[in-house]
Design a protein around this ligand. Structure first.
Ligand code: ADE
Length: 255
């Protein structure tokens, strides 16, 4: 999501989070505990409560000159353009933008970035998530439903939760799906955190009320939450060969 402001003095980045776009990259969901299944919430109709959370399909780049690239503060920085695994030119967006500013502010050190780079480089190919998991389909059994005969089986998708190492209720979830246009699996990353971390435009919590039409609220990334950015980079670096390449290219341009 778009950065709304970069506050060098207080060493934090404020990120805009839409509350009413249930088909977008951000969804508001509800569950009792973070190992439960989350149910999407109609935020214009239901009052926010502490069991609701943000599920964010976070990214780290945008294709040069794309509409997504317009959301990046760094879209005009030619020195920060990198060539992705698929050969396309990309600009820093979301995670990589946040890493860039946290690094520039001194919240993340050169040593942190060096360590991150070394760890990602050292991940062996056979430990990449795309090479470690598969989707299971059970043997079909015959089943009659409403006098029609079917073959019934079950499909099981791996799911990983990363709890970070922190006092916040922020987690990353990795779900594994079939690739849309090719053979193999595709791990998807989601960052999840309680809606109680969000502030509205007056700096107030949103708990106890519904969302306004097209409402945007704010999430702060400061030095206490910099681990989210660092560890999410690590997660993307271990997803697949493709992601590992792109993440290492990003670390190179940022350094
Ligand atoms: N590519 C861009 N964003 C992604 C995400 N959240 N998970 C997996 N691949 C991605």
């Amino acid at each position: 999501m778009k950065i709304s402001s970069v506050d060098y003095k207080n060493q934090k980045i404020i990120i805009e989070i839409p509350l009413t776009q249930p088909t977008g990259k951000i969804r508001i969901k509800e569950r009792q505990g973070y190992t439960d299944f989350g149910i999407p919430v109609a935020t214009r109709q239901k009052v926010f409560n502490p069991n609701m959370y943000v599920e964010w399909q976070i990214g780290y780049d945008a294709e040069l000159n794309s509409s997504k690239a317009n959301l990046s503060r760094l879209k005009d920085r030619n020195d920060l353009i990198f060539k992705a695994y698929n050969g396309k030119k990309k600009v820093l967006y979301e995670l990589s933008e946040y890493l860039y500013y946290l690094y520039k502010m001194g919240v993340i050190s050169k040593q942190d970035v060096d360590t991150l780079e070394r760890k990602i480089k050292n991940i062996p190919e056979n430990s990449l998530i795309e090479n470690s998991y598969k989707i299971y389909k059970s043997n079909p059994i015959r089943k009659t439903l409403n006098e029609m005969k079917f073959l019934e089986s079950e499909i099981k998708y791996p799911h990983l939760i990363y709890e970070f190492d922190n006092d916040f209720f922020i987690i990353a979830e990795i779900t594994i799906r079939e690739k849309q246009k090719a053979i193999g699996i595709q791990p998807m990353v989601y960052i999840c955190f309680p809606v109680s971390y969000l502030k509205d435009q007056n700096g107030n919590s949103i708990i106890g009320r519904k969302a306004e039409k097209n409402e945007k609220v704010y999430f702060e990334l400061d030095k206490d939450k910099a681990f989210v950015v660092i560890d999410s980079f690590k997660i993307f670096g271990m997803l697949s060969k493709n992601h590992k390449h792109d993440i290492l290219e990003i670390l190179k341009v940022i350094k």
